[in-house]
Design a protein around this ligand. Structure first.
Ligand SMILES: [Zn+2]
Length: 632
C-alpha cells in the first residue's frame, strides 16, 4: 500500500520526461533526408518504442501532398492529387484513399507536430523509406510515380492542363502542330486509358495510354489543341502541368454609340491592371502572363482623344500602351475573350456667333456626340443634354445680347452616367438644327429666329358667298378649298409670331374689285391671294404663281412662294407668271396670287379634297412667306 504514492510519482515523472525530454534527446540525433536533400524540420524524427516516428507534415509537403489539421477532432487529412489519407492522434487505424490501414504505432504529437510511423509514410505516399541505424538517418526517396487524373484549369491569363498523381511525374514534352505529347517513362497509369474532353478555349482533349501496350510502367499523354499554341511546363511533386498562356489576338478601335472603344481580343479571360501615366500622357494596360499572337499590329487612331495603340512584349506578359492626346475618363469591361476600354468623349468648348436670322453655337468635342433637346418655358430656354460626355471647358458661360439669347451656359449635369448640359436662354426662336461643323469633332447648333415675328400679313381666300369660283366635276367648290388653305396658312403664320389679316374670314361675298383697297386700308406688309385653277381640258394640271409686272415688289414674293410650292407639293411647274388681276395690280404692297392646283384635273381634284394635301399646301405657302421675309 505504501508503494502506491511512489508509483504515482514515477508515472508523473515519466509523463514529464516524455513530453519535455524525448524531443530534446532526439534533436540532432536522427536526420531526415528526402531525395538526397537534408530536410530542416523544427521537429526531427524520433525513435519511440523501437518505432521510427517522423513528422507527417514536412514529409507530406515535400512529396507534394497537402496537410490539413482539425484541432476539434485531433485528426489529420492529407490531400493528394488524387485521393487522401485520414488519421487521428492516438488511433492506430488510418485510412488511405478510404481503405482501412493498421499503423504499427498510433500517431502522436511532439512539439506541435503530428508524428507517424515511417513505414506508414511509405505506404501512404508511395515513397521508398529506409532507416539507417548506423548513421541514425531516415531516407525518403521519391514516391512511386503514378498518373491518376488529368485536369484542365482556367487560371487568369492561361489555361493549365495538369497530369496529377503521386511521386515524381517526369518525362519529355514535345509539340507538333496542334498537339502536345507528354512521355512519362517511369510513371504508372492508374486512371483508365482513353480520350478525355477538356473543353478549354485552347485545349480540346487529352488522350492517355500506356507507353508500351500491356506494360504497367510508362505513360503517354497527348493534348489536342484548337490551334498551335506555345506552352511552358510547371513541375511539382505528384503533378506535371502544361501551361498555355492566353494570346492577344487582335486590337480594334472604333467610335460607336457615343464611345470611343478599344477592344482587346484574347483567347481567354485575362488578368489586367490599368495605369494612367503622364509626360507623355498614356494609358498602360498590363496583361500579365499572356503572349502576343502573330496577327497583332499597332493601331493608328485619328481621334482627338487617342493617338495610337501599341503593344510592348515583356517577360512578365504584355503591356498595351494607348498614347493619348487628352486624358479622359475610361471604363474597363472584362469579358471572357478580352477587354473593352471605353473612353468617354469630351466637350472642349463652345463658340457663339450671331448670324442673319438667328445664332450659331459651335460645340467642339472629341466627336460623335449624342444629344437630346428639350424646350422649356418660364423662362424660355433650350436644353441640350449631351449623353456620355465630360465637360473639359474653361469658360462654359457666354453672355450674349442679340435677338436669340441673353446667355448660353454649360455644366457637367450628371456623373455616371456622364451628362453635359447646355442651356440657351431664349429671347425668341423658331427652329433649331444640328449639323456637323468643318473641324473634326465640331457640332453646329443653329438657332433660327422667326423672320415674320411682328409682321402684318394679309391673306386673301379667293371668291366666297354667292361666288363659288371653279366647281370640280365631283362638286368641290373653289371658295371652300381656298378658305380652308387660307385658314391653315393664317394659323401657321400666327404660331411663328406674325399678325394676320384675313380679307375674308367666312363664306361671304367680297367683290374682287374691293379686295386690293381693303388690303391697302389695313396697310398689311404683304398680300397673298389663294386660288385653285380650272380649265376645259381636264388633262391640264400643275401649280402657278402670279405677280403684277409693275407691282410693288410682288415678283420677289411670288418667286419665294413658287419655289416653296413646287418644292413641297411636287405638282407640275406651270411657272412663275405675270397677270393683271385686280388683287395684285391695285395693291400698294408686295402681292402675289397662288393657283395651288387644277380642280378640273382628276388627280389634283382628289388631292385638293384631301385635308392632308391642303395642310401641305398651307405649309408651303407659309414657308414661302418666311423665305421672302428672311431677305426683306
Ligand atoms: Zn379663283
Amino acid at each position: 500500500m505504501r508503494r502506491y504514492p511512489g508509483i504515482v510519482c514515477w508515472c508523473l515523472f515519466l509523463t514529464f520526461l516524455f513530453i519535455y525530454t524525448i524531443p530534446a534527446q532526439a534533436a540532432g540525433t536522427v536526420r531526415l533526408i528526402i531525395d538526397e536533400q537534408i530536410i530542416d524540420s523544427d521537429v526531427d524524427p524520433i525513435i519511440h518504442n523501437d518505432r521510427t516516428m517522423v513528422p507527417l507534415r514536412i514529409i507530406s509537403e515535400q512529396l507534394g501532398a497537402q496537410v490539413h489539421w482539425d484541432g476539434a477532432t485531433r485528426s489529420v487529412r492529407v490531400g493528394l492529387p488524387a485521393g487522401h489519407i485520414r488519421l487521428s492522434i492516438g488511433n492506430s487505424t488510418a485510412y488511405i484513399h478510404e481503405q482501412e490501414y493498421r499503423l504499427d504505432a498510433a500517431p502522436m504529437i511532439v512539439g506541435d507536430r503530428t508524428m507517424v510511423p515511417l513505414r506508414f509514410i511509405g505506404e501512404a505516399l508511395g515513397a521508398q523509406v529506409r532507416w539507417d541505424a548506423s548513421t541514425r538517418t531516415v531516407y525518403v526517396t521519391g514516391a512511386k510515380a503514378e498518373v491518376r487524373q488529368i485536369t484542365l484549369q482556367a487560371e487568369l491569363g492561361r489555361e493549365v492542363v495538369s497530369i496529377k498523381g503521386s511521386g515524381r511525374i517526369e518525362g519529355t514534352v514535345t509539340r507538333s502542330a496542334n498537339q502536345v505529347s507528354i512521355t512519362l517513362p517511369e510513371a504508372e497509369l492508374i486512371m483508365p486509358e482513353g480520350v478525355y474532353p477538356l473543353k478549354g478555349s485552347l485545349a480540346q482533349s487529352v488522350s492517355v495510354q500506356p507507353l508500351v501496350p500491356g506494360q504497367a510502367k510508362g505513360v503517354q499523354a497527348t493534348i489536342t489543341l484548337i490551334e498551335p499554341t506555345p506552352f511552358t511546363i510547371r513541375a511539382d511533386r505528384g503533378e506535371l502541368s502544361i501551361v498555355f498562356p492566353y494570346r492577344l489576338e487582335q486590337l480594334d478601335y472604333e467610335h460607336k454609340s457615343g464611345w470611343e472603344t478599344l477592344t482587346i481580343s484574347t483567347t481567354g479571360q485575362v488578368p489586367y491592371t490599368v495605369q494612367q501615366l503622364a509626360a507623355p500622357d498614356r494609358l498602360v494596360i498590363h496583361l500579365p502572363g499572356i503572349a502576343v499572337g502573330p496577327q497583332v499590329d499597332r493601331l493608328n487612331i485619328s481621334s482627338l482623344l487617342n493617338k495610337e495603340v501599341r503593344v510592348q512584349d515583356n517577360p512578365a506578359g504584355i503591356d498595351i500602351v494607348v498614347d493619348q492626346n487628352r486624358v479622359t475618363k475610361f471604363h474597363v469591361d472584362a469579358t471572357a475573350t478580352g477587354l473593352k476600354i471605353k473612353f468617354t468623349p469630351q466637350i472642349f468648348g463652345f463658340n457663339y456667333e450671331t448670324i442673319p436670322g438667328g445664332a450659331r453655337v459651335k460645340i467642339s468635342s472629341s466627336g460623335d456626340l449624342r444629344y437630346h433637346v428639350t424646350q422649356l418655358k418660364n423662362p424660355d430656354r433650350l436644353v441640350v443634354d449631351f449623353q456620355n460626355t465630360i465637360l473639359a471647358c474653361d469658360s462654359p458661360t457666354i453672355d450674349v445680347d442679340d435677338e436669340v439669347t441673353t446667355q448660353i451656359r454649360a455644366s457637367q449635369f450628371a456623373l455616371d452616367p456622364d451628362v453635359t448640359r447646355l442651356v440657351v436662354e431664349l429671347k425668341s426662336y423658331l427652329t433649331h438644327k444640328f449639323s456637323r461643323g468643318q473641324q473634326q469633332g465640331e457640332l453646329v447648333l443653329e438657332l433660327l429666329t422667326s423672320p415674320i415675328l411682328g409682321r402684318y400679313i394679309g391673306i386673301d381666300a379667293g371668291h366666297g358667298g354667292s361666288e363659288p369660283g371653279s366647281v370640280s366635276p365631283s362638286g368641290l367648290r373653289e371658295k371652300d378649298i381656298n378658305l380652308d388653305i387660307a385658314q391653315r396658312v393664317a394659323s401657321n403664320l400666327r404660331a411663328a409670331g406674325a399678325k394676320v389679316f384675313m380679307v375674308r374670314e367666312g363664306d361671304v361675298n367680297i367683290d374682287f374689285r374691293d379686295r386690293p383697297e381693303i388690303a391697302n386700308r389695313e396697310n398689311v406688309d404683304i398680300l397673298v391671294s389663294i386660288h385653285c385653277n380650272s380649265f376645259t381640258d381636264p388633262s391640264k394640271r400643275g401649280t402657278e404663281v402670279y405677280y403684277f409686272r409693275d407691282g410693288h415688289g410682288g415678283q420677289a414674293l411670288a418667286s419665294a412662294l413658287h419655289k416653296a410650292l413646287i418644292g413641297t407639293l411636287g405638282l407640275p411647274d406651270r411657272g412663275l407668271r405675270t397677270a393683271n388681276y385686280n388683287v395684285i395690280r391695285y395693291t400698294r404692297m408686295p402681292a402675289a396670287l397662288v393657283e395651288v392646283a387644277y380642280m378640273s384635273n382628276p388627280v389634283e381634284e382628289k388631292l385638293l379634297a384631301d385635308p392632308a394635301f391642303r395642310e401641305r399646301a398651307a405649309q408651303a405657302i407659309t414657308e414661302g412667306i418666311m423665305a421672302y421675309f428672311r431677305d426683306h
